[in-house]
Write a protein that binds this ligand. Sequence first.
Ligand code: 5GP
Length: 194
Amino acid sequence: MKKGLLIILSGPSGVGKGAVRRILMENNRLNLAYSISMTTRPPRKLEQDGKDYFFVDEATFNKNVEEGNFLEHASFVGNQYGTPKDYVEKLRNEGKNVLLEIEVQGAKQVLAKMQGDDIISIFLIPPSFHDLTKRILKRKSETPEIMRARLQKAAKELGERSNYKYIVLNDVVTKAAEEIENIIEKEIKKQQAN
Ligand code: 5GP
């Protein structure tokens, strides 16, 4: 059995990675498995432990860092996030195409470590910075300080796009998801032909 692809979906905070990811995960043709991250951020309303994230305390997170359990990890606006390494490998070895939805520092770490035709990096961009600001403010799930920090960070993150194989505009979420579906299907075909 062919090892699955590793698909990195990244982009600035507020660009809509989560919404695109949810659409992608419903498409059975893509044979995707979502890599559930570990985070020290408290759960938001409606988020479930073990489904959206593994919600852990600092000590647990740091222990996982020390034990080398993460493929990548990053601190993002005061909280830590990491991708469990063994879980991703296990799924890929089972032939699943594994989707990572992660911020740009983490994506940079993965791309520095892993190269090859089976690593697909996609950077989602907003139509404008103004649009991104609106989306982050609309979320209202965070304090004004955190929202401001996320905006400052997003401005910097937009500069990272050149490291990615694909850049996809997220103007209308269904269109962005469709474009990514086409990219993944094309990459699956290439992988099968190899
Ligand atoms: P949020 O707190 O809004 O769920 O996530 C904040 C940011 O962290 C988002 O850009 C999200 O994509 C990213 N993120 C989620 N999981 C991970 C992870 O495991 N590693 C990294 N580097 N970023 C992550």
